[in-house]
Design a protein around this ligand. Sequence first.
Ligand code: 7PJ
Length: 293
Amino acid sequence: MHTTVNPLPMLPAARPGVMGPVVMGIVNVTDDSFSGDSLNGDAARAVARARAMAAAGAGIIDLGAESTRPGAAPVSPQQEIDRLLPVLDGLKDLGIPVSVDTRNAATMRACSAAGAALLNDISALEGAGSLQAAAESGLPVVLMHMQGEPGSMQQAPHYEDVVAEVEAYLAARVAACAAAGIVRERIILDPGIGFGKTADHNLALLRALPRLHGLGCPLLVGVSRKSLIGAVLRDAGRDDPGPAGRLPGSLALAVWAAQQGAAILRVHDVAETVQALTLWRAVAAAESGVQKS
Ligand code: 7PJ
């Protein structure tokens, strides 16, 4: 008998009757020098946060141990692995897939062996050995566009045509994956909002999501609390409340991305995003109100 295995079981296509994007909850596992807790304490907190997000309606958890903020302390693959494995272990029975946000081949290998269900790479598997590690894992992958490197990418982002260039880059990475044995059916693409982009670049990409669907893969969009929101507010003569105050803007962009067909939304505020999407879904699925006879 021939059985078809869905290579992306966490996506909407695998959830009959449920429309709209899956919410991916962001869990950062970092040394918290403020609290001074041990690594074990951090892992326990990360596990608790992931469980709360799953209970609030997240469909995927994205675990990351490397900060990509400018000026952030570099993390070695071994440190990354040491932070991630206890959390993956603590989430074995979570019931929803756990993704790992990493640029390192060694971390991909260790985490896939430890139960990760998805590899999320902001460098689109360009790192040394990453294509091979991802191919060997058999896991689905997220390929994200970034111009430059995290430490300096916001200094002078430049494109002649941001949408065409992001589209061409992602197409080239899909081809590189195919050559390495990662089939298109296992690939999720991401325009990389905020990664080497001005506010105008980011807005153009958010408008172009339908065009990016032409690449033939589901799209992941990450806008949650990003500086794009602050930049747009300042342009409109409003104050930027800073990351912790950007929830309303994050929700507006999440609903926009949902309407444009995004498959996964990567967010910090799971319960709030699930509420916004529930209302978006109700309107999108509503009957016309015209009496059928
Ligand atoms: C993204 C990410 C994103 C994907 C981060 C932040 C920065 N991975 N990792 N897409 N952003 N795929 O959350 O502000 O947009 S870290």
